[in-house]
Ligand binder design. Structure first.
Ligand SMILES: [Zn+2]
Length: 164
C-alpha cells in the first residue's frame, strides 16, 4: 500500500496523497505523445476533464501539441491538480476565479475571442483520433508551437455543458 506503484490502479488527481511521481511516470512513458492527449488518458491520471486540461496548458504556456518528453510534466500536473481541487465544489466551473458566464475560462470555449493575456485570438483545433477526438482550445501566441489547422467556426458554446 505504498501508493508509489506506477503500473496498477488509477491515479486520482484529487487524492489527498496524490501520487505525483507515479502520474509523471505514466505520462512520460511515451515521450512522443502530445501532452494534451496524455493528460486525457485516464490510465495515466484521473480527475481532470478536457476543460481543465486546456486551461492548465494555457496557464503553463504549454502548447497542447508539444511532446510529453519536452515539457515539465510535474509543473503541468501541479497546475492541473490545483484547478481540479478548486473546481471540485464549484457549481459553475471557473479557472479565472470569476464565476460569471463568459468570464470563467481563459481559453475554453473562447475561440476567436481575445486572449486575456496577449489580446491575440484564442483558437480551437481538433486533437486526437476519431472517435476519441476533442476540441482543444489554446492561444497560439501564449502557447507557441506547431498545431493543426484552427477551426474557422468553432462554437463558443457554454463551457459548463462540455465537460469532456
Ligand atoms: Zn495569448
Amino acid at each position: 500500500m505504498s501508493g508509489i506503484t506506477a503500473s496498477r490502479g488509477s491515479i486520482d488527481l484529487l487524492a489527498e496523497d496524490f501520487n505525483r511521481a507515479g502520474a509523471t511516470a505514466r505520462l512520460s512513458l511515451d515521450p512522443n505523445r502530445e501532452i494534451a492527449e496524455a493528460l486525457r488518458d485516464e490510465s495515466c491520471v484521473e480527475g481532470a476533464d478536457n476543460v481543465l486540461i486546456c486551461e492548465a496548458l494555457y496557464l503553463t504556456g504549454t502548447s497542447p501539441w508539444v511532446k510529453v518528453g519536452t515539457v515539465n510534466v510535474g509543473k503541468i500536473l501541479d497546475t492541473l491538480r490545483l484547478l481540479a481541487i478548486t473546481n471540485r465544489d464549484l457549481e459553475l466551473a471557473s479557472t479565472t476565479g470569476i464565476q460569471r458566464a463568459g468570464y470563467e475560462f481563459y481559453v475554453h470555449a473562447r475561440a476567436h475571442a481575445n486572449c486575456r493575456r496577449c489580446r491575440g485570438k484564442v483558437a480551437a483545433a481538433m486533437q486526437g483520433i476519431a472517435p476519441d477526438e476533442h476540441i482543444t482550445y489554446f492561444c497560439p501566441t501564449c502557447q507557441p508551437g506547431d498545431h493543426p489547422p484552427v477551426l474557422a467556426h468553432a462554437a463558443r458554446r457554454p463551457a459548463s455543458k462540455e465537460r469532456r
